[in-house]
Design a protein around this ligand. Structure first.
Ligand code: FNR
Length: 179
């Protein structure tokens, strides 16, 4: 039974991207579990803190979840035509310690939602050199870019649009089938 670690790159309470990840977890095929990780407790990366105290607890927790997962699903917002700093910061922290060993060869799928018309395409592109550096095994057979998110999610950030839910369901099923 494949387990996928899902990470959303937004800290916002009613985040579209956190809602997209919840929908992916709800709509995952039987036998596939999407475990939702949390980047909220990850501090800003500081090499002096790392040298003095090692990895923060939140990063250790993410490492343990990544280690026991068969794959990673990253749900990325787009800020200024790239990935948000909070998400990149979390992944940077995760690349420390034994992180590179954990990322190496791990299948990863990427999706994202934005209120604009381009659905995080530039943010998704910005992750590509990071994935290459981490030696992740990026799944490229499917793409999911959710545009005009304001019309597709409710006020709590739950994905309510039927067509988009179908697209999420297919995306997750297609990815899970490769695991
Ligand atoms: C944005 N937003 C945005 N959207 C987009 O499609 N392209 C972009 O380049 C940007 N740039 C950007 C910069 C900054 C600093 C912020 C705060 C926002 C809008 C962004 O997509 C929107 O706030 C989403 O709601 C963020 O995702 P969550 O928090 O809803 O998951």
């Amino acid at each position: 039974m494949p387990t996928i670690l899902g990470l959303s790159g937004s800290l916002r309470q009613a985040s579209f991207n956190a809602g997209l990840l919840r929908a992916a977890a709800e709509l995952a095929p039987d036998g596939t579990v999407i475990e939702i990780g949390d980047i909220r407790g990850v501090p800003l990366y500081d090499a002096d803190d790392e040298a003095a105290k090692g990895l923060p607890d939140a990063v250790r927790m993410l490492h343990a979840q990544l280690d026991s997962a068969d794959a990673l699903l990253m749900v990325t917002p787009e800020y200024n035509n790239s990935m948000p700093g909070v998400f990149k910061n979390a992944i940077d922290w995760m690349s420390r310690g034994d992180g590179l060993k954990l990322f190496k060869g791990k299948p990863v799928a990427l999706m994202g939602a934005s209120p604009g018309g381009f659905g995080t395409v530039l943010s998704q592109n910005a992750w590509l050199p990071v994935f290459r550096t981490l030696k992740l095994d990026m799944w490229t057979a499917g793409r999911l870019m959710v545009s005009k998110a304001g019309e597709l999610f409710d006020n709590e950030g739950n994905l309510t649009d039927g067509k988009t839910r179908d697209a999420v369901k297919s995306f997750v099923a297609d990815f899970a089938r490769t695991l």
